[in-house]
Design a protein around this ligand. Structure first.
Ligand code: ADP
Length: 547
């Protein structure tokens, strides 16, 4: 029986999973990835250790499942996005530690840029809010701070890649230097409309074009692994940044479908189909993975918004009348001549609107690793449930500033509302609740952008396993939370992309039938209580932003 191998390189671990033709995961292996924090706000990883961990996980999953590499039809890759690696094209040695997406070392430079005349133009071209989060300022930092790096980059000796690019380059022994539009759209160097690197942007960040990988479609064969790594030459046929992979893994292939992933951070994405969104509420516009046929299938599967009149087959039916002019603050701009230009590579560009929270599950890790309040993340559920509420305690986990919709690099973590009754369970509960409050901020911004109320939210990621958190999320949003049977949607989405590119899966419509709800959390809290709690959160955030 043939299988797909999915490589899911996250912030905390590198995972490898095998899928059969019914979309079922038959095996998974994981290897931890270490983060280093050399200065406050700095986050680094060892790129070679990432590669080794990913290779180990892939070899282990094949060995433990007793499946030979020759039985693998294709590989799909999903990866932590924005994390930046620069390496020597001859030796394959990174010139510095990888700068992780959470790292704030370039915050000051980004702050200056955000206040410069170029800022509006950068946002218009990229769909991104100027922030240290994205790769461009990280590449620039390496070129400016690693001795000799800029000269070597100008001489064509150095290559840049996000983690997908780095893994593909390694797996192909340097034959393929490529990325896909979902990852490229997070660098701040790609024009979101055209799907191509843009010289205006590379000029602003002073990055030699020769360092940049080729942008290839997310669902297509981009190269073949060297046999020495996994035991056979295997086509690499799917690439997506982790959040766009999770969107695909949740079978959100068309406009109006959305998901929220609870991992290290929280990432809510709303698919907007072939139309490029423009947020009025400080969310990001980004590329979703294009798969052949995802704008053409006619069935509408589980829209998150109430059914709207109109033909679901028409791309973006949900928003077809929601131009800015008509709805005041709609997600989509009035069509401009060039905004409709399709991605030069895939021919059918797909977009999403995204809200990113930097610290979500990482707050639970902090409780475990820095405060020693819990031994394992899963323990947080029983502790939170052991008390009726947090007793007025709020944790604002702005450890690396605040992401959407605040985009405040200067904010720092804050614990507020402490009293003599504040104890370990209430602190743990406050940490979990902070994840739900931050998600509500994202959802509110999305609702304001789209002019539509969310009907339900599909969830995934490590912390989505926490039943307390999911129930509290439903309560704080006032809308049902739907958890699918397979919450490893990132790995699954990468498998879908590879499977659709190689005929392993016959169609997007077939893949959509694989999605199953495992549990639905219905809101139980009164509106009054929800509003009171959320008002307390907003007050705590206000204080964190003054800190
Ligand atoms: P990533 O892909 O970002 O590495 P994962 O999706 O693997 O993240 O999720 C890991 C994160 O989820 C960690 O930050 C961890 O603290 C948190 N987490 C895992 N299980 C639970 C749980 N049961 N309750 C709360 N948080 C959890």
């Amino acid at each position: 029986m043939p299988y797909l191998l999915s490589l899911d390189e996250g912030t905390t671990s590198a995972r490898a999973a095998l899928y059969d033709q019914s979309g079922a995961r038959i095996a998974m292996e994981s290897r931890p990835i270490e983060c280093r924090f050399p200065h406050p706000g700095w986050v680094e990883q060892d790129a070679l250790a990432i590669w080794q961990a990913q290779l180990d996980a892939a070899r282990a999953v094949l060995a433990n499942a007793h499946i030979p590499a020759s039985g693998i039809t294709a590989i799909g890759i999903a990866n932590q996005r924005e994390t930046t690696v620069v390496w020597d094209r001859r030796t394959g040695q990174p010139v510095s530690p990888a700068i992780v997406w959470q790292c704030r070392r370039t915050a000051e430079a980004c702050h200056r840029l955000a206040n410069s005349p170029a800022a509006t133009d950068i946002t218009r071209r990229t769909g991104l809010v100027i922030d240290a989060y994205f790769s461009a300022s990280k590449i620039q930092w390496i070129l400016d701070n690693v001795p000799g790096a800029r000269a070597r980059a100008c001489d064509g000796e150095l290559l840049f890649g996000t983690i997908d690019t780095w893994l593909i380059w390694r797996l192909t022994n340097g034959r393929v230097h490529a990325t896909d539009p979902t990852n490229a759209s997070r660098t701040m160097l790609m024009n979101l409309s055209t799907g191509e690197w843009e010289s205006t942007l590379t000029g602003i960040f002073d990055i030699p074009r020769a360092m940049l990988p080729q942008i290839v479609p997310s669902s297509s064969i981009v190269g073949v692994t060297s046999a020495e790594h996994l035991g056979a030459e295997i086509p690499i046929a799917g690439i997506a940044g982790d959040q766009q992979a999770a969107l695909a893994g949740q079978a959100c292939f068309r406009a109006g479908l959305s998901k929220n992933t609870y991992g290290t951070g929280c990432f809510a994405l709303l698919h907007t189909g072939p139309r490029e969104p423009v947020s009025q509420n400080r969310l990001l516009s980004t590329r979703a993975a294009s798969v052949s046929g995802n704008t053409r299938t006619t069935e509408r599967v589980g829209s998150v918004f109430p059914a709207t009149a109109g033909d679901a087959a028409a791309p973006c039916a949900l928003f077809s009348n929601s131009r800015t002019t008509e709805r005041g603050g709609g997600v989509f701009p009035a069509p401009a001549e060039d905004a409709a230009a399709p991605c030069a590579l895939s021919g059918d560009a797909q977009f999403a609107i995204e809200g990113s929270v930097f610290i979500a599950g990482a707050a639970v890790q902090w409780l475990r690793d820095k405060l020693g309040l819990i031994q394992a993340a899963a323990e947080s559920e029983a502790l939170a449930l052991s008390v009726p509420d947090s007793g007025g305690v709020y944790l604002v986990p702005a450890f690396v500033g605040l992401g959407a919709p605040h985009w405040d690099s200067a904010a720092r973590g804050l614990l507020t509302g402490l009293s003599l009754s504040s104890d370990r369970p209430r602190l743990v509960r406050a940490a979990l609740e902070s994840i739900a409050y931050q998600t509500r901020e994202l959802v509110e911004a999305m609702e304001a952008d789209s002019g539509e109320k969310l009907k339900e939210l599909r969830v995934d990621g490590g912390a989505a396993a926490n039943n307390f958190l999911m129930q509290f999320q439903a309560d704080i949003l006032g809308c049902p939370i739907v958890r699918p049977t397979d919450i490893e949607t990132t790995a699954l989405g990468a498998a879908y992309l590879a499977g659709l590119a190689t005929g392993f899966f016959p169609s997007v419509a077939a893949v959509e039938t694989f999605w199953r709800a495992e549990r639905i959390f219905e809101p139980q809290m009164t509106a009054d209580r929800r509003d009171t709690l959320f008002a307390g959160w907003k007050d705590a955030v206000r204080r964190a932003r003054l800190a």
